[in-house]
Design a protein around this ligand. Structure first.
Ligand code: NAP
Length: 302
């Protein structure tokens, strides 16, 4: 198949490119940076350099494709520390670009990277962007088949806590405890998307993705053990304090408030209601595997 991938060589894009090339597909990878060309070619794919915010570029790149993998990138829209950016409006614009480019290029098969929380426009914080993107994609004519892939939180998000893990011996969030929640590895997401890409599907379907179910305290214990700090804790602070910390650090206000609201829905479990009503088979990568990778990446960075 001739497949176009957005997401460059990001968390999902890189393993997804590898898998689809290995399976003999003709892969074009969209990146915004010309310096990515040789890495993309080294994986056996073709590079298309341009922006997912550029409709003409998308239309031209999608032309003649059998399928497209569509995602939106937060950092590609702008700095998460820029208070002037309306991230929701920008996500909607990219989704509208996708709709127009798909229609004008004649693509009939879409796999879209959405998110847990996209089932509702209430109480999911910044994941609201994914609800709206799904609604916009669903305006495509019925003969365009769309698979909406909804991963839960990525294990790789835990790298964002590296600083406090090293300086304070803690992962600091506004929820925690012993309630298990689903987590996913980008490798399992890539493997699932590669499999789905090769299936024929019709209409609009939703597919949740998760790798393991573990609690915040289990995560702290596993990461602590892997990095030789058995006292590593998952520390819970009030949502208002987390918000204050993010705002003082200059995080975009809408994103900061959205993060706190999202964590509230993780803590009370409401974020996962639709996930558990449509629970997928768990992937292969478990917390212990990620803990090993986490420790290795710290060792490599020293
Ligand atoms: N983290 C989570 O827990 C989680 C959970 C559920 C859903 N999600 C969703 O997953 C998505 C992120 O996926 P990911 O982690 O695979 O992405 P990622 O690692 O952030 O990579 C995305 C890549 O897209 C490219 N890009 C950025 N802006 C672009 C633009 N304007 N035009 C063309 N390419 C651009 C960048 O590569 P170049 O520098 O090469 O352009 C970037 O590395 C987001 O939509 C997020 O909301 C995340």
């Amino acid at each position: 198949m001739r497949i176009i991938l957005t997401g460059s060589l990001g968390n999902i894009g890189k393993p997804l490119t590898r898998l689809l090339v290995q399976r003999g597909h003709h892969i074009t990878v969209i990146s915004s940076k010309v310096e990515r060309v040789s890495d993309i070619r080294n994986l056996g794919a073709v590079a298309a350099i341009g922006s997912i915010q550029d409709l003409d570029f998308l239309r031209e790149t999608f032309n003649g494709a059998d399928a497209v993998y569509l995602m939106e990138a937060w950092e590609g829209i702008g700095s998460l520390f820029d208070n002037k950016i309306d991230f929701l409006a920008e996500f909607k614009k990219i989704a509208q670009n996708y709709v127009t480019a798909v229609q004008q290029s004649g693509v009939k098969k879409i796999i879209h990277l959405s998110s847990v929380g996209a089932h509702s426009d209430q109480g999911n914080g910044s994941l609201l962007v994914h609800y709206h993107v799904e609604q916009i994609l669903k305006t495509l004519p019925e003969d365009v088949s769309i698979k909406l892939m909804r991963p839960v939180g990525f294990f790789s998000n835990l790298y964002r806590s590296l600083l406090t893990i090293q300086s304070q011996g803690a992962i600091i969030q506004s929820y925690g405890g012993d309630r298990k929640e689903p987590w996913v590895s980008p490798y399992d997401i890539a493997a699932t998307i590669a499999d789905e890409m090769e299936k024929s599907f019709n209409g609009r379907t939703v597919h949740y993705m998760a790798s393991d179910e573990v609690s915040p305290n289990e995560i702290a214990a596993a990461l602590g053990q892997s990095i030789g700090n058995p006292d590593l804790e998952w520390k819970v602070i009030p949502g208002e304090d987390l918000l204050d910390q993010m705002l003082s650090a200059g995080v975009n206000e809408w994103i900061a408030k959205g993060m706190v609201a999202m964590q509230q829905s993780q803590g009370d479990g409401s974020l996962y209601e639709d996930f558990y009503a449509n629970k997928p088979t768990l992937g292969k990568v478990k917390l212990a595997d990620f803990a090993g990778e986490f420790a290795q990446s710290i060792t490599n960075s020293i």
